[in-house]
Unconditional design. Structure first.
Length: 123
């Protein structure tokens, strides 16, 4: 009975590892896509701000405007989150390859992946 339980857990673990790996591939693909889109997204945000000021016909100090643009770019910078997502994906794969009891470590890594995804969504 104990051997059957162990064998069942091993099968379940292998199946879950396969599912996780499929999702990790998706995450890696999305991260790569986002990396290519970020420059255009920042340019679009910059243009929207300029258009708003133009609509208000506000006289702006060019230096002050550039300072605000830099602050906007810093707040919108998602490079760190993308780097962390990639790092967490790599770590999850390493843990899965190592085998053994990895539940707590994987739980922590899933929380980290979720945290980075939430941060990306809020930016």
């Amino acid at each position: 009975a104990l051997d059957e339980l162990k064998a069942g857990r091993a099968r379940e673990g292998a199946d879950l590892a396969k599912l996780l790996d499929e999702r990790l591939v998706s995450i890696k693909t999305e991260v790569a896509t986002l990396r290519t889109l970020v420059p255009q997204m920042l340019a679009t945000q910059r243009q929207k701000v300029l258009d708003r000021f133009a609509d208000m016909k506000a006289e702006l100090d060019p230096q002050r405007l550039e300072q605000e643009m830099v602050l906007l770019a810093q707040k919108s910078d998602v490079a760190e989150e993308l780097d962390r997502l990639s790092t967490h994906v790599t770590e999850v794969r390493r843990v899965l390859k190592t085998g053994g009891q990895a539940g707590r470590r994987l739980d922590f890594l899933m929380q980290e992946l979720n945290r980075e995804a939430n941060t990306l969504g809020s930016k």
